[in-house]
Ligand binder design. Sequence first.
Ligand SMILES: [Zn+2]
Length: 239
Amino acid sequence: MNPSSTSIAWPPQYKVKKHRLARHVKLKAVSANSLEITIPCRFNQREIPAILEEHKSWIIRQLSRLPPLSQTQEMPDAIHFNAINEFWNVYYMECDARLKIIQRPNREIVLVGKVGDQNLCREKLIQWVKNKSRAFLESQLHAISTKTSLPYKSVAIRDQQTVWGSCTAAKSISLNYKLMFLPQHLAHYVIIHELCHTRHLNHSQDFWNLVAVHDPDWRKHRYELRHANQYMPAWIQSE
Ligand SMILES: [Zn+2]
């Protein structure tokens, strides 16, 4: 196959990583449509376009060897937790150590280690999201339960594909960690919905009447929830 026959978008998309120990600019093709550029800390990023031009034929040759990276695999530069209206910037720093996440002030997290391993990065990020989610959802559930006088026995934060929440006869509630990505009123609706199941373990009229007491707009919220996938970031969706 002649590589030059493959169409490569120019200039390619690229992600810049500052590396404390880097002495030179390093170019690495990560897929047919993206490049990773490692630069020394003091390097002026405005010089990057010129560097790309200078190495254009080499870069195109490298890119054309790789399959395109789908949107779902792309790692995020930022994470938006809709439910708590928090926006976190995500940075990646390559080094020869076990991958870990460092949380910094001003809502920044840095993945440090072998950041070229996307699956591992994803796994770590999801773990971090789950921990944040657990703290928020547990306190919300507790607060709403107290306010509505609908007690529950225990709570578990789960990683579920198709359900936002569930409730057992023993009043054990499960909530999906992905609720963090929904607007607050929808996360609120799901919690009320599950708490009402502690009284009615079905979707009878009595159940909906109780939901309506605590969330008068429940019909609208229930409808919106069916379209909630739009709030889910692409990198987490493919799980
Ligand atoms: Zn239900």
